[in-house]
Write a protein that binds this ligand. Structure first.
Ligand code: GLN
Length: 300
């Protein structure tokens, strides 16, 4: 079978199997398994594919039709140009999370801060930690992850980045491992889906670990712990950047405002949806009076 025939077959099988966006899924499979980009596919359209290659392709198509996420089948996915190993047991890095990283960097830049110690809570595959390590090569980055399955990917993904320390630990108890005012930056994409909504997530998302998605009854369980247990681990003036669900902006902004965090800011993605909240720990003088420098919530 030629490349062109196999490609058309793949799209047809995926479409018949009710897989969304069959063209782009086929593109990823050909690019990953055969190293054929779009132009190369045209160039090699009449080449024959070996039986072994066709077997690999059929296996991948069957898994995809059965509802397995494409990224697990490929075994890797790229986040902000960083290739990450992924598979069952770890959350797949999403483009949405770029907002959390970029907003944090912008806030650090406008505060004139170059961080020395960065913490990624609920690090999963390490997407956020590694993107920050890439941006701030001088910084020491701690990536905390509680689930052993996810930790195995985290350790593997961090191996090329000596400045990133994968750390097995639980967000609800292991804040005690770190002194107060220790980090310059804390970022997190915690589980934030309300427990009762888990069963209505798309079938691919339901194959991702529930522990990485389940944010408790109201989806806010992790944010409460971050604000009460981890905000004090930020040094005064340090930056907190949290990914949020699109309907959680008000709740998370208010948790931060009640904790006296400085100037909570809401950040939206390219489609205008709320994706991230950043804030700073008040400078010592402001925190002593319980006042923040700017108590007005702002949206940018
Ligand atoms: N963005 C994911 C989803 O909605 C949730 C990720 C998370 O809980 N941190 O499927």
């Amino acid at each position: 079978m030629t490349v062109r025939q196999a490609y058309q077959d793949t799209i047809r099988l995926l479409r018949e199997g009710q897989v969304e966006e069959p063209d782009s899924q086929a593109h990823w499979l050909f690019s990953h398994f055969f190293g054929l980009s779009r132009p190369q596919r045209a160039l090699h359209a009449s080449d024959l594919l070996s039986d072994e290659k066709l077997r690999l392709l059929r296996q991948a198509i069957t898994r995809r039709i059965a509802g397995e996420p494409l990224q697990y089948i490929l075994g890797e996915w790229t986040f902000m140009d960083i290739p990450l190993k992924v598979g069952p047991g770890v959350l797949i890095p999403r483009d949405d999370t770029e907002v959390c990283v970029r907003s944090c960097i912008e806030r650090l830049q406008s505060a004139g801060l170059v961080p020395g110690r960065i913490l990624d809570l609920c690090a999963g595959s390490g997407a956020i930690a590694l993107a920050m390590a890439d941006r701030y090569p001088e910084a020491e980055v701690t990536a905390l992850e509680a689930m052993p399955e996810a930790f195995a990917y985290l350790r593997q993904n961090c191996s090329a980045f000596p400045a990133v320390r994968p750390t097995a630990g639980d967000l609800f108890t292991d804040f005690r491992l770190f002194p107060e005012s220790y980090f310059d930056v804390i970022l997190s994409n915690p589980p934030y889906v309300a427990s009762k909504e888990l069963s209505s997530l798309p079938r691919e998302v339901q194959q991702e670990p529930a522990a990485a998605l389940d944010g408790g009854e109201d989806g806010l369980r992790f944010y409460r712990a971050i604000v009460s247990c981890w905000l004090p681990r930020l040094r005064p003036g340090g930056v907190l950047s949290l990914e949020i669900g699109e309907d959680q902006a008000e709740a998370v902004m208010s948790l931060l405002a009640h904790a006296g965090a400085d100037s909570p800011l809401l950040h939206r993605d390219l489609s205008g949806l709320p994706r991230c909240v950043t804030a700073q720990r008040p400078q010592a003088s402001a925190s002593a009076t319980g006042l923040s420098r700017n108590s007005t919530d702002m949206t940018i």
